[in-house]
Write a protein that binds this ligand. Structure first.
Ligand SMILES: NC(=O)C1=CN([C@@H]2O[C@H](COP(=O)(O)OP(=O)(O)OC[C@H]3O[C@@H](n4cnc5c(N)ncnc54)[C@H](O)[C@@H]3O)[C@@H](O)[C@H]2O)C=CC1
Ligand SMILES: O=C(O)[C@@H]1CCC=N1
Length: 271
């Protein structure tokens, strides 16, 4: 990963994902950034390190960002995007992390000449263990894609696709995926309590088990199925649990349905 200074950036929206990305970029040598964030409290942790302004009109007149990162909600795009159309020049690439919003819809708001990358990160970015998939829209240069890759690499792994429609299932799987894993910790805790485990121990046990398993998966060269089988002693206890969870109508079908529902919602948010 590059450690040299990052070029000037404009971040639009400093909420959960925008803030997680910004802290990664500051660690990687970002020295000049303007953040547009109407909720001063959201950006308060970055005061003194970046310039925070409440809206597009307050961006210093001479500021020329190499990248404009759009980290607002998709529902806010229609009102907010036209304020940034003046940055649609050959020197600037837009990187949108908004779920659903497609390149054609953003070009309609920012100008047909705007170079736009769609990217879908996830919240493990906050601990530099995110996974982001990007799609370069029409007119994005190799240098602009390389810059976006440097930015996104600062918060974890990156991958690129050439088919924009793949960003919808990506949003469902890796974008929202951390929520499913956290839900796993929640329901394991509840199940432990149902078996008589004291609440505090149940919480610690579920949390440490999910976190430790994730760390093992990250550190191991084995695939997930092999790591699962290593836990599953023949005729033992785990085998009984997996017979419930892996029944065709259980997790395999439920996960397919969940991912299909999230993918469909991403498509609904298009435009
Ligand atoms: N939270 C997540 O796990 C992920 C979120 N995303 C995408 O990231 C985007 C942001 O999501 P979150 O950070 O979760 O939401 P959030 O609500 O935490 O952050 C959005 C921020 O935008 C600010 N904002 C609202 N209107 C604005 C405007 N006109 N100009 C500038 N800032 C404005 C809000 O005050 C807020 O701080 C969404 O489009 C979402 O689809 C993508 C991947 C994962
Ligand atoms: O739930 C959402 O719409 C966003 C996109 C992926 C994760 N959070």
């Amino acid at each position: 990963m590059a450690t040299d200074t990052l070029p000037p950036l404009l971040l639009v929206g400093c909420g959960k994902m925008g803030g997680a990305m910004l802290s990664g970029w500051l660690e990687r040598g970002l020295t000049e950034a303007v953040v547009v964030e109407p909720n001063a409290a959201a950006a308060a942790g970055f005061a003194g390190r970046v310039k925070v302004v409440p809206d597009a009109a307050a961006i210093p007149a001479g500021f020329r960002p190499s990248a404009v990162v759009l980290a607002i909600k998709p529902q806010e795009a229609a009102v907010a995007l036209p304020g940034f159309a003046r940055f649609a020049t050959p020197e600037t690439v837009f990187v949108s992390i908004m779920a659903g919003r497609n390149v054609a819809g953003m070009r309609a708001a920012l100008g047909e000449g705007a170079a736009i990358i769609r990217a879908m990160p996830n919240t493990p970015a906050a601990v530099r263990q995110g996974f982001t998939v990007g799609f370069p829209g029409p007119g994005v240069t190799a240098a602009q894609q390389a810059l976006a890759d440097r930015l996104l690499s600062a918060i974890g792994e990156t991958a690129w696709v050439e088919d924009e429609s793949l960003i919808d299932p990506v949003t469902a799987v890796s974008g929202g995926g951390p929520a499913y894993v956290f839900l796993l910790a929640e329901v394991m805790e509840v199940a432990a309590i149902a078996e008589g485990v004291p609440t505090e121990l149940a919480r610690r046990m579920a949390r440490a088990t999910v976190a430790g398993s994730g760390a093992l998966l990250a550190a191991s060269s084995e695939d997930a199925a092999t790591l699962r089988k290593a836990v599953t002693s023949p005729k033992g206890t785990t085998e009984r649990a997996l017979a419930v969870l892996m029944a065709p109508e259980a997790w395999p079908r439920l996960m397919n349905q969940a991912i299909a529902a999230a993918t469909a919602r991403s498509r609904e948010l298009a435009g």
